[in-house]
Write a protein that binds this ligand. Sequence first.
Ligand code: FEO
Length: 171
Amino acid sequence: MIKAKVEKAINEQIKKEEYSSRLYLQMASWCEVNGFSGAANFLYAQAEEEREHMLKFIHYLNDRGGYSKVVELEQPPYEFKNITDIFEQVLKHEEFITQAINEVYEVTLNEKDYTSGNFLQWFINEQIEEESTMSTILDKIHLVGDDKAGYFHIDKELEAMAAARPETSAE
Ligand code: FEO
């Protein structure tokens, strides 16, 4: 049976992963209505991936004798200035998620729950990759210039990145 403090920490993380999914869904929707179909596809896929992260936590907690809760979430922002603004917010959000995962990991160590600590390693590695991807996208935006021509190129690049994405699984 999972310890109460670990269960609470994982339930908090479930909420954050679901919020990430909804945030990226909203950003994808903004990109879609503003003519950035590549960025939209990339962010729709990212929203799916966050949903899979949420499910991974839900299944793990339930399998360990805990109970995953689906709670009410705050409305994500829906007004954005441009693509730069969106990806700056994505990177900032991923940094926040990395910190949150580290905090859950710390709870597992304090509670001597090494099984959960081991489970969290996957997310710790995943965060390195996510921060790196988002930071690379921002570097590219700055490189091509954050004007109409630059956004046109970056949208094509994001389309290619979305198409090349490996299938993810919540199992
Ligand atoms: Fe599930 Fe992007 O953190």
